[in-house]
Design a protein around this ligand. Structure first.
Ligand code: SF4
Length: 187
């Protein structure tokens, strides 16, 4: 990390235990991907070399909830699938965080039907909402950084205390254009 070059080898550094724990915790988030649709492809792109989630210390994607502390819901969730999502959330280790990625996970998106959950936050606590259809990888990274910033600032979680979802919404990083876009047939 360059510290060994900047500091003489026999130097002592003093800090608070809380800061060290929070630093370690935010630098080693282990995501649990719950990717059900197209947003999952953007999630995969975020983990690939171009965007490289590893730069933020959260590339150790686990498919085992007991080894994960960051759930990323990417895509629409059907009512039939929701109990599975809830069970996975409950099995994840504390403290844990949840990102709702994309319009479908946060609101049901264009799938305004009886079979699709109209927002996963009705069933599990969501900390960060990442907007878009699909969101770009940069936006997902911004959502992850919002959680890391929170971990940096908060103290150790209260023993047995109930954590309140952060409810942070990431702003779009692009200029939203009105839809539908006019098409010229060139005649
Ligand atoms: S928000 Fe858009 S891209 Fe994401 S799952 Fe829904 S339809 Fe697909």
């Amino acid at each position: 990390m360059g510290l060994e070059a900047a500091l003489p080898p026999d130097t002592f550094v003093t800090t608070q235990l809380r800061r060290v724990i929070n630093w370690a915790r935010r630098s080693s988030l282990w995501p649990m991907p719950f990717a059900t649709a197209c947003c999952g492809i953007e999630l995969m792109a975020t983990a690939c070399s171009r965007y490289d989630m590893a730069r933020f210390g959260c590339e150790a994607v686990r498919f085992s909830p007991r080894q994960s502390d960051l759930m990323i819901v990417a895509g629409r969730v059907s009512t039939k699938m929701m109990p599975v999502l809830q069970r996975i959330y409950l099995q994840m280790s504390e403290p844990k965080w949840v990102i709702s990625m994309g319009a479908c996970a946060s609101t049901g998106g264009v799938f305004d039907t009886y079979a699709v959950v109209q927002g996963v936050d009705q069933f599990i606590p969501v900390d960060v909402y990442v907007p878009g259809c699909p969101p770009r990888p940069e936006q997902l990274l911004e959502g992850i950084m919002a959680i890391q910033k929170h971990i940096d600032e908060e103290g150790l979680p209260p023993a047995g205390g109930k954590r309140v979802p952060l409810g942070v919404s990431i702003a779009p990083t692009h200029q939203v254009r009105p839809q539908p876009v006019g098409v010229s047939l060139g005649v």
